[in-house]
Design a protein around this ligand. Structure first.
Ligand code: 13P
Length: 248
């Protein structure tokens, strides 16, 4: 059966002190839960996070280059991430799409590079408020996923996690209701089943957008919600630990 995953996306927040304080606590929590805990701190902290994470807590990057190496100032390659022991990388976060103009084509190239390097790609998708209000939620979300699925083999899905993050729910305090989230997650599962019925059941689909200790339980109770991608609350030890415990 598919894994429950609780992932923390620190974005451009945190400090070495937070890494040093939080990681040992997460290692303790990982002993008590079946869920996979994943921490994605900013790139300069990856090595230290990995050194403290042991083999139960996974560490991932927030981005990677689609290029293998070369004159790409400021970029980080997938082989550098694997060399450091990273297991996951977030790809296509709405902030990367909106602020850094990442296109679907670039997202596909990054997912392919990550998967081919042996990383798990956490593919982030989601609609804006305008798109939701225009009734385009499923069209947008399933479209963002289709371009990736069309370029992967079903065997490579073992290295794919989907994170549904409605843009209007990110950092706004407005969570999608568990029913709204489940509707989209179910549609994603059906989309996957259109490619392979059996393997569709094995892909973890995470929800992200203002997840906190107080709403995680209800979200996790939905049949197609397999965990969370947590932003702000992943920087607060008690909040994030509570979310991890609720994922079991
Ligand atoms: P918040 O949990 O702060 O809304 O952020 C969600 C997110 O973007 C995680 O990737």
């Amino acid at each position: 059966m598919r894994k429950k995953i609780v992932a923390g996306n620190w974005k451009m927040n945190g400090s070495l002190e937070l890494v040093n304080n939080l990681l040992p606590r997460l290692v303790e929590v990982s002993e008590e839960t079946q869920a996979q805990i994943l921490v994605c701190p900013p790139a300069p902290y990856l090595t230290q996070a990995q050194a403290l994470a042991g083999d139960k807590v996974a560490v991932g990057a927030q981005n990677c280059s689609e290029q293998a190496s070369g004159a790409f100032t400021g970029e980080v390659s997938v082989s550098m991430l694997t060399e450091l022991g990273m297991s996951h990388v977030l790809i296509g976060h709405s902030e990367r799409r909106a602020i850094y103009s990442e296109t679907d084509a670039l997202v596909v190239a990054k997912v392919k590079a990550a998967v081919e390097a042996g990383l798990v790609a956490v593919l982030c998708v989601g609609e804006t408020l305008e798109q939701r209000e225009a009734g385009h939620t499923l069209g947008v979300v399933l479209g963002q996923i289709k371009v990736v699925l069309d370029e992967l083999t079903v065997e490579q899905w073992s290295q794919l996690v989907v994170a549904y993050e409605p843009v209007w729910a990110i950092g706004t305090g407005k969570t999608a209701t568990s029913a709204q989230a489940q509707d989209v997650h179910q549609a994603i599962r059906q989309q996957l089943a259109g490619y392979d019925v059996q393997q569709a059941e094995a892909v973890s689909i995470l929800y992200g957008g203002s997840v906190k200790a107080s709403n995680a339980g209800e979200l996790f109770a939905q049949p197609d919600i397999d965990g969370a991608l947590v932003g702000g609350a992943s920087l607060v030890a008690e909040e994030f630990i509570s979310i991890c415990r609720q994922a079991d």
